[in-house]
Design a protein around this ligand. Structure first.
Ligand SMILES: [Zn+2]
Length: 368
């Protein structure tokens, strides 16, 4: 548990809706079973009914639901300035925000560079450029004229636009009318930011963005689908984001968003078998091998499990060792344990197992 301010300080912070404390602590309200950010606009609870948490994760494990008004699971640790910059680029992808503009707004360009590098694997300038080009690609795909796309993307010359476009998408603007892409978006979660990817056919990628192998994963996806990877929104990603939020709120057990997971026949079979493991349950690697009709291929099944590209939705976290130990997990064992506990907690709640004060149940928080 990370250090929190003193109780008196936190009390004052939430009573004053002090935004300086956002992200530093969360408050659980015993009377409602809901947890909030210090700045929540809802009516302030009496201090005697408040319990404090350092992270949303701990509040969730203690049985609290995220508040619908202050949405403590969203904008996970995203500083306000970063949110504003991204919103600005979304509103107007052709806007050029230079380092001097950042400085004028009181944003240190080096901090911005580090933040975008860590969150998105690219500098802020590269992120903005990619969004600009994605906007142009979308226009062209919707039948817009290339000239108009050049103009609106903020490029000063056709050749500059053309070269940047080919570098990004691997085809010229004129050839791009039917070009699909893997659109990438980053999503906050109580387990840290996730990077999600989707093509026209469905979601093809969901990974924790701090995963060490992420760049290799990007390269593999690019090669496998033979499509460029571009940051941008997509209708499948919008559905995924909504479903993920519900999943983390324990309100969704099965995802409905379409998935694409090409692989060898064996891999596809294993991933399908993963999708068949019910929410809240686990299987051993041996059971999974039997399920795909290859009882002796336990190791190959384990390896294929680890190659799953769509974390959480294809529930590779539901496969554990025969002796009950967690086994491995690409996103780290703490996350695997979190997901299993989340599903188990929901299972017992929905199955009506008696939990008269679910928000007072601290067993998970105590054991981690
Ligand atoms: Zn709230």
């Amino acid at each position: 548990m990370s250090a929190m301010p003193s109780i008196t300080e936190m009390q004052q912070a939430y009573l004053n809706r002090d935004s300086g404390y956002n992200g530093l602590f969360f408050l659980g309200v015993r009377t409602t079973g809901v947890f909030c950010r210090p700045t929540c606009p809802a009516r302030k609870p009496l201090p005697k009914n408040v319990e404090y948490f350092a992270t949303p994760r701990e509040a969730l494990f203690a049985g609290y639901r995220p508040c619908k008004r202050c949405r403590p699971l969203e904008h996970d640790e995203q500083p306000a300035w970063a949110g504003e910059l991204i919103a600005e680029i979304e509103r107007n992808p052709s806007a050029r925000i230079r380092e001097s503009d950042l400085r004028r707004r009181g944003i240190d360009p080096a901090t911005a560079r580090r933040y975008f590098q860590r969150q998105y694997g690219m500098t802020f300038q590269a992120f903005a450029r990619a969004r600009r080009l994605t906007g142009a690609l979308n226009q062209i795909r919707e039948g817009g004229a290339v000239d108009q796309a050049v103009f609106e993307s903020g490029y000063e010359s056709h050749s500059g636009f053309h070269d940047a476009f080919v570098r990004m998408f691997g085809s010229t603007p004129g050839q791009s009318q039917n070009r699909d892409c893997v659109f990438l978006e980053w999503m906050a979660s109580p387990l840290g930011p996730l990077v999600a990817g989707a093509t026209e056919k469905g979601v093809c990628l969901l990974e924790f963005s701090d995963r060490r192998m992420l760049e290799a994963q990007f390269a593999a996806v690019r090669k496998l689908f033979d499509l460029p990877l571009v940051p941008g929104s997509h209708r499948h990603l919008a559905v995924l984001r909504k479903e993920l939020n519900l999943y983390f709120e324990r309100k969704l057990r099965e995802f409905s968003v379409p998935l694409v997971y090409p692989g060898t026949p064996f891999q596809t079979q294993v991933w399908k078998a993963l999708l068949a493991i019910p929410y809240g349950q686990t299987r051993s690697y041996e059971q999974l091998a039997i399920a795909v009709g290859q009882p002796r291929a336990v190791r190959a099944v384990g390896r294929t499990n680890g190659l799953n590209r769509i974390a959480i939705v294809i529930p590779c976290h539901r496969v554990v060792n025969k002796n009950g130990e967690l086994g491995g997990y690409g996103g780290g064992l703490r996350r695997k344990q979190f997901l299993l506990e989340l599903e188990r907690g929901a299972h017992s709640l929905f199955a009506g197992i008696k939990e008269p004060h679910p928000h007072k149940n601290r067993r998970c928080a105590d054991s981690t």
